[in-house]
Ligand binder design. Structure first.
Ligand code: C5P
Length: 234
């Protein structure tokens, strides 16, 4: 089953509350990212939980193993469902993160889609972007990440490398006929659902819509229509 995570990319708790209020009963999973968390910290998480929402804390942790495991422990105290970290942090960092008990789900980021082939050539001559994403995803799988965050366009090849039971989380989703904003390679909710992607992180198409509830309902209807192809949702 494909589920929507609405990205609460706003500056104030008031704006977040307004969205939660409108979407209550239809959307129950929200992303609190760097923007809202830097501004309001725990209060942002508490706000979502007051509306019975689950929180994906998208902080993309990347530090020495001890620091990352301490942050995962604190995320558990916050009561979030999941927290993201950079797979690039390496095996020891991932091991430290998974050793925290109890802990939220750990979702690993492969390669930032903003990284260009030129950036990569400079950082790692000879390494192809696709190859790197697949190596990082495999590292994540080895270290028992609960999910892999990547572009929806990478899902098919990564699921072949990792196995059909992988939980994928993808941004870059745009309903047909909407503007892509600054997203370069987008996919419609229906296409993504057909691929069996478990969670679609969707921000502006819903949060900036004149009627966010209506937009969310339309997207959910699109998802429902799409029959998953091969991946199994865990
Ligand atoms: O507004 P939009 O639907 O583009 O929001 C997508 C969300 O996913 C944002 O919160 C953004 O930070 C995040 N994201 C992304 N592209 C990535 C990684 C994360 O858009 N490659």
């Amino acid at each position: 089953m494909t589920e929507i995570i609405v990205a609460l990319d706003v500056d104030t708790l008031g704006q977040a509350e307004e969205l939660l209020h409108r979407l209550h009963g239809t959307i129950s999973f929200y992303k609190v990212g760097m923007r809202l968390f830097t501004a309001h910290g725990k209060r942002a998480v508490d706000l979502v939980r007051r509306f019975d929402g689950k929180v994906f804390l998208d902080l993309k942790l990347f530090d020495i193993p001890q620091t990352v495991s301490d942050a995962v422990r604190q995320a558990q105290h916050l009561g979030v469902q999941s927290v993201s970290l950079h797979l690039w942090g390496g095996g020891e960092m991932l091991k430290a993160a998974t050793s925290v008990r109890p802990r939220p789900k750990l979702w690993g980021v492969t390669v930032l889609t903003s990284l260009s082939p030129d950036d990569l050539r400079f950082l790692h001559p000879g390494l192809e972007l696709e190859n790197l994403a697949s190596r990082l995803a495999r590292l994540g799988k080895t270290h028992r990440m609960d999910g892999i965050i990547c572009s929806p366009h990478e899902v098919q090849s990564l699921s072949q490398a990792l196995g059909g039971d992988t939980c994928f989380i993808t941004p870059g989703i745009r309903p047909a006929q909407t503007i892509p904003d600054d997203q370069r390679r987008v996919m419609t909710p229906q296409q993504a659902a057909r691929l069996g992607i478990r969670y679609l992180v969707i921000g502006r198409p819903i949060t900036k819509a004149p009627d966010p509830l209506r937009e969310a309902q339309d997207i959910l209807a699109d998802i429902k229509q799409a029959a998953p192809k091969s991946l199994e949702a865990p």
